[in-house]
Design a protein around this ligand. Sequence first.
Ligand code: AOF
Ligand code: ZN
Length: 373
Amino acid sequence: DDQEAHASTHTVDDVRFMRRAIALAERGAGQVAPNPKVGAVLVRDGQVVGEGWHQQYGGPHAEVHALAAAHAVAANAARGATAYVSLEPCNHHGKTPPCTEALIAAGVARVVCATRDPNPKAAGGIERLEAAGIRVTVGVCEHEALVQNAPFFHAARGTDRPFVTLKLAVSIDGAIVDASRQRGWLTGPAAHAAVHALRADADAVAVGIGTALADDPALTVRLVEAPRVAPRRIVFDRQGRLPLDSALVRTAGEIPVSVITHAPRPVAANALADAGVQVLEAAGLADALRTLWAEGVRHLLVEGGAELGSALLHAGLVHHLIIFQAPVILGAGAVSAFATFPAAVADTAPRLRVLERRVFGDDLMTRYAVFGD
Ligand code: AOF
Ligand code: ZN
């Protein structure tokens, strides 16, 4: 009985400390891509003795920061401790020495990791730790860890297209534009900041030409810490209609702007190119995404409008759909976010899987997996 109680207490603690490791990992958002965001917590006798996260691309890994923090408290603070890491500790000499060796040298007794590292170069950490006599548990909070680094795991599976996150803000009645077609804010400040955090964590931020014309967006990261590399701005603009005096074109010299065209008028394409905009030609949406992948885009955030979003969704090109729902009713004549999506029947419509729900001020954020992701 005692043993059972002990085991179940441990399970609860494992989850608690792994959640903390995953929360710490998030502090690397925007700074470590294309590396995964990783957090680590060292616990001895139920007390946290060190915390760390992968802070900078090319810099020390989460475990190393956590061990350093523990060491700063006491020379042997990590001896006999349990290390909670949101990814299998690496076993390779990359930009830094293997985390496995650091954990072994520090005398850690147990390692709990959320999931395996799919990177073949870094893998093998679990086996290395076990060979050194360390107890290893894998799979605690695995779902959260996989969602947190979905673009990293997507790339590791082998692909020629970016991971696509489609983000839309809607009313209670699922509309993105009111009957007057005037653009206005639906969501509040906390949701705005969350959107900027999403931008910071992407390599590129895209909108359709309709949204670019109606909103004249800057698509820059403003409300959160500046990312290591500012995400480039993309406009899906078949005919090259993006105005030369738009905010995007005017700032193309500071943060790159690309338009993805399909048979643009040559005059328009030349004028955009002269203004410093990269003009990419693509035959369709899938082709456009392959082109972006070739340009180094691993994670694309699409911010609308409804037409581009629906087309990408319908083509099976979206991995995560993020809906921010504001406490607003737009009523008669408002335009549904998916007005151009093919009709479905309530009983048989495919159901999206809910990955995450969070509250930002008065707004509700839901992250859905779209096609098995
Ligand atoms: C860990 N802890 O905090 C991270 C890991 O180029 P490097 O040397 O920085 O290695 C990057 C790879 O290491 C990355 O692709 C992933 O497989 C793993 N990331 N591993 O033990 C960490 N960030
Ligand atoms: Zn490592």
